[in-house]
Design a protein around this ligand. Structure first.
Ligand code: NOJ
Length: 543
C-alpha cells in the first residue's frame, strides 16, 4: 500500500477567521478562538487540515483579501505568538494549517502602495501597474474590474491610472518587476519556514496582465465583466509559470501543498494549474462543480468531466461552499427538504475521488443569512444592494450554541448572528442523532475507515434511474458503492446485479437499512436516500 500525501487523502476545513470563534469579546473571531475549538475540529469532526482566510495585517475592507503587511498578523486576529501557538497545537493534533495567500494585489494601505503612488519617480512606482490615460479623462483601456467599472483608478496627484482587477482599494502588484517577484517569493518562504503546511492562492491566474494593455475581445454575459473575453487581463502563461516557480519553492519543504483559486469560466484552465506531472499546484479549485444546480445529472456530469480531464500528476478537489458562494442549504432550494438535500450533497462531497473542502458551518446546516442592509460589511453588497446582496450572508458567525451571541462571542458580533441559531447549533445538534452535524460526523468517520473512499479509484455506475447518482470506489481490491437519490421521491428500481460479487454490507444508510440484497435487481431508493455499502472490514486508515 502506497502512503498517499495528506492533501490527497485528507479533508480540508475552511475557517473564515472573523466568523469562527471570538476569544476576547470584541465581536470578531480570532486565532485564540480557533485554538479553543481544536477539539471540535479534531475529535468531533476529525478533519485533516484547516484553511484559514487571510490573517495578515489588513484594513479588512475585503475580509482580509487586502493585505497591508504580509509578514504580520492583524491585531484583531491576534499576535504572531498566537499564530505560532495555533500552528503548534494543530500539528500536535495532526491537523495541517493552510494559509490564504493574496499575491495578486495588496491593500491600497500597504506602505508599498503609499510609496508607489507618492510620485512617478519613487523607486516603488513600478511595483504596481501604472499607465497614462488614452486621453484626458479616459482610462488606459477598456478592461473592467470583476466588481464592475473600469479596472483603472485615476490618481489625481500623479496624473496616472493604476490597475486593479478586483476593487479600487486593491491595487494589482506588477509581477513583471523582478523586485516584486522576489519579494513575494520571500513572503511565501517566510511562512513556509514558520511551518505552515500550505497555501490557498488567491486569484492565482490573475498575476499578470498584457504588458501593452491591449483590450479584450468582446463577449456576452449578464453583467459588464462578462462582456469581455478575459484573455489579456488574466490567464496569461506568465501566471502559470509563476505557479510553477511557487511549486519549486514549496517543494524545498517537506510535505507542503498549494491550493489554487483559478478564477475562470473555463475548467480546463483550472486544470492546467494542476500541472502535468505534479509540477504546478497540488489542488486547483473546480468552481464549475460548486456552481452546479441541484440534481444527479449536473453533478454526475461535472465529476465525469473532472475524471476525464485531470492530468496524471493531478488530483481532483471538490467543494460546495466557501466565503464567496451562497450557502448550499439555501442555494439547493431551502425549505423543508433543505437538510435532506445537504445530507445528500455531503455524502457526495465526502465520498468522491478527490480532496473535499468543507466550509465552517456547512456541517451544521447553516443557511444563507439575510443580513440587513445596514449591517453589511462586504463592499460588493454595499455597492450593488439590492440587486446583488454581497457575500456577508455566507459569512455570519458560527452557531455554537443557543446562548446569546450563538456561543461565538460575548460581545456584539461583527455581522449579525443568523436568527436560526437557537435551533441550528453545534451543541444542540450533537444530541440529535438525525442532525446534519451527526451525519457529517458519520461520513467523516466512514471516510477515515475506508481507504477506498480516501484514495481509491472512481467508476460511475451507468444506467442509474433518473435522479440517482451512483459510483464505486475501489482500493486494494475492496470496493465501496455509493448511491445518492437527489430527488424527493422514491426512485425507479436500480439494477445492481453487477455488484453480485462484491460485499453488500451496509456501511452507511440515511434510512437505517441493514443490508442490500446482493445480486438482486430491484432496489428502490427512498426520497433523498443515501446508501453506502461494500467493503467488509475497515481498511487501515491513514490517520
Ligand atoms: C477571491 C476571494 O475568494 C474573494 O473573497 C476576494 O474578494 C477576491 N479574491 C479578491 O481578493
Amino acid at each position: 500500500m502506497t502512503a498517499m500525501p495528506w492533501w490527497k487523502s485528507g479533508v480540508i476545513y475552511q475557517i473564515a477567521v472573523s466568523s469562527f470563534a471570538d476569544s476576547d469579546g470584541d465581536g470578531r473571531g480570532d486565532l485564540r478562538g480557533i485554538i479553543g475549538k481544536l477539539d471540535y475540529l479534531s475529535d468531533t469532526l476529525g478533519v485533516d487540515a484547516v484553511w484559514l482566510t487571510p490573517v495578515n495585517t489588513s484594513p479588512l475592507q475585503d475580509f482580509g483579501y487586502d493585505v497591508a503587511d504580509y509578514y504580520a498578523v492583524d491585531p484583531r486576529f491576534g499576535t504572531m505568538a498566537d499564530f505560532d501557538e495555533l500552528l503548534g497545537e494543530c500539528h500536535a493534533r495532526g491537523i495541517r494549517v493552510i494559509m490564504d495567500m493574496v499575491l495578486n494585489h495588496t491593500s491600497e494601505q500597504h506602505p508599498w502602495f503609499a510609496e508607489s503612488r507618492s510620485s512617478r519617480d519613487n523607486p516603488k512606482r513600478d511595483w504596481y501597474v501604472w499607465r497614462d490615460g488614452r486621453r484626458p479623462g479616459r482610462p488606459p483601456n477598456r478592461w473592467v474590474a470583476m466588481v464592475e467599472g473600469s479596472a483603472w483608478e485615476f490618481d489625481a496627484a500623479s496624473g496616472q491610472y493604476y490597475y486593479h482587477a478586483f476593487l479600487p482599494f486593491q491595487p494589482d502588484l506588477n509581477w513583471r518587476n523582478p523586485a516584486v517577484r522576489n519579494e513575494m517569493l520571500r513572503v511565501v518562504e517566510f511562512w513556509l519556514e514558520k511551518g505552515v503546511d500550505g497555501f490557498r492562492l488567491d486569484l492565482i491566474n490573475f498575476l499578470f496582465e498584457d504588458e501593452a494593455c491591449r483590450d479584450n475581445p468582446r463577449s456576452f454575459g449578464w453583467r459588464p465583466y462578462f462582456w469581455q473575453k478575459h484573455v489579456r487581463d488574466r490567464s496569461l502563461p506568465e501566471s502559470l509559470e509563476t505557479a510553477r516557480a511557487l511549486r519549486r519553492l514549496t517543494d524545498r519543504f517537506e510535505d507542503r501543498a498549494m491550493l489554487g483559486e483559478v478564477c475562470t469560466d473555463d475548467p480546463a484552465e483550472a486544470l492546467a494549474y494542476a500541472g502535468d506531472g505534479g509540477d504546478t499546484l497540488h489542488l486547483p479549485f473546480y468552481l464549475d462543480f460548486a456552481l452546479r444546480p441541484w440534481g444527479a445529472k449536473p453533478f454526475r456530469d461535472a465529476v465525469a468531466w473532472m475524471e476525464g480531464h485531470v492530468p496524471s500528476g493531478g488530483w481532483p478537489c471538490y467543494y460546495l461552499n466557501n466565503h464567496d458562494l451562497k450557502r448550499t442549504f439555501t442555494r439547493f432550494g431551502g425549505g423543508s427538504d433543505a437538510d435532506l438535500r445537504v445530507k445528500v450533497a455531503a455524502a457526495m462531497l465526502l465520498t468522491l475521488r478527490g480532496t473535499p473542502i468543507l466550509y465552517y458551518g456547512e456541517e451544521i446546516g447553516m443557511r444563507q443569512s439575510a443580513v440587513p442592509r445596514g449591517a453589511l460589511d462586504d463592499p460588493v453588497g454595499k455597492r450593488y444592494w439590492p440587486l446583488e446582496k454581497g457575500r456577508d450572508g455566507s459569512r455570519t458567525p458560527m452557531q455554537w450554541s443557543a446562548d446569546p451571541g450563538a456561543g461565538f462571542t460575548t460581545g456584539t458580533p461583527w455581522l449579525p448572528v443568523d436568527p436560526s441559531y437557537p435551533y441550528w447549533n453545534v451543541e444542540g445538534e450533537r444530541e440529535d442523532p438525525d442532525s446534519v452535524l451527526n451525519w457529517y460526523r458519520a461520513l467523516l468517520g466512514l471516510r477515515r475507515k475506508h481507504l477506498a473512499l480516501q484514495t481509491g479509484t472512481y467508476r460511475a455506475l451507468d444506467s442509474m434511474p433518473r435522479g440517482v447518482f451512483g459510483y464505486v470506489r475501489e482500493a486494494d481490491g475492496r470496493t465501496v458503492t455509493v448511491l445518492l437519490n437527489f430527488r424527493g421521491r422514491t426512485s425507479e428500481p436500480l439494477r445492481l446485479a453487477e455488484h453480485a460479487a462484491s460485499s453488500t454490507e451496509v456501511l452507511l444508510s440515511s434510512r437505517r437499512r441493514k443490508r442490500v440484497a446482493g445480486g438482486r435487481d430491484g432496489l428502490r431508493l427512498a426520497p433523498y436516500e443515501v446508501l453506502v455499502f461494500g467493503a467488509t472490514a475497515p481498511d487501515e486508515a491513514q490517520r
